[in-house]
Design a protein around this ligand. Sequence first.
Ligand code: BTN
Length: 325
Amino acid sequence: MKTEILRMLRETDGYVSGQELCNKFGVSRTAVWKVMNQLKDAGYEIEAVQNKGYHLLSVPDLIDKIELSSIRNTGWAGNEIFYYESIDSTNTKAKELAEEGYPSGVLVVANQQTAGKGRRGRVWISPKGTDIYMTLMMKPDIHPNHASMLTLVAALALAKGIRRETGEEVQIKWPNDIVLNGKKICGILTEMSVQFDCINHIVIGIGINVHNESFAEEISDTASSLFLESGKHFHRAGIIEAFLEEFEKTYAVFLETEDISRLQKEYNALLVNMGRQVHVLDPKEPFDGKAMGVTNKGELIVDTWESRKLVSSGEVSVRGIYGYV
Ligand code: BTN
C-alpha cells in the first residue's frame, strides 16, 4: 500500500484526498495517516491540507524498494527488487538469487558495498549513499557466444538513460565504460554462469558515481562523478529507472538479430573512441591505430598503418582519454 500511495502522490499534480485513499485501499483514515507519517520519516515532504488531502512537495534521494517501485514503469526488468543498505557485492547477491531460482529480471540495489568488484579483479570503491550499485540478473535464451554483447547493450542503455535523466552528454568508452568530459563515471561488470552451451544466468553489475565530491589521488585523474563534472546533484532512483527502461528497449532490439547490428549506429554515435587514436593492449602484441566504430558483433574496428584489425576484448586506451583503468 505504501508504494501505491507514493505512486499516487507522485502522479497527482494537486491533492490526493484522504477519503479516496481509504476507499481505494479499503483502510481507515488512521491507516492512511500512518503511511503518510512513515513516508515523512523517510524524508518525503508531504503537505496535508484539511478538506483537500495530501500533496507531495519533494522526494529524498533514496534508492530503496519503495522508492524504485513507486516509479517503476518497466515490464520484466526490475520485476523484483532486492534492496540492501549495505552488502558485500550486488553481483554476488544476484548470482545467489539466480541459483535460488529467482526469475530473469531481478534487480539488486545497494546503498553501499563492502566488497564491490571491478573488472580484472579490481576493487570497486563503493561508499555509502553517494553512488548507484546495482545488478540486473537475467536468464536469457541466447547462445553463450553472444552473451558478451549484452555488456555493450547495457552500456548503450546506460548512456541513453543517463543522458535522458540528467541531460549530461555522457559517452561510451569501448566496450563498456561510461565517460563524461573524458573521465570514467560508470563501470559495468558482467558475469555469466554456463552449462553445456546453455546460459544458467548472467548478472550485469553497474556502478555509477553520482554524488562523489572527491576521489583517491591514484584515480582522481581518470575517475569522476556526475556531480564533479556537472556541479549538479541528481536523483539516483530516476537514473536507475531510466536505465531499466532503456535496457528493456535496447535488449528487445538486440534479440531481433542476437547481435548488435541494429544498435551499431546508435552505439557508434555515442562512442568516445570514434575516429580517435587508440592504443590496444593486445596480450600478443600491443598496437596503435584509429578506432572506426564497432562491428555487428561488438568488436572494436581499429585501422593501423598496415591493416584493419578487430579487437574483441582487452584494454584499449584512447589518446586524450584516461589510460588503463
Ligand atoms: C569496472 O571495473 O569498470 C566495473 C565496475 C562494476 C562495479 C559494479 S557496482 C555494482 C556491481 N557489484 C559489484 O560488485 N560490481 C558491480
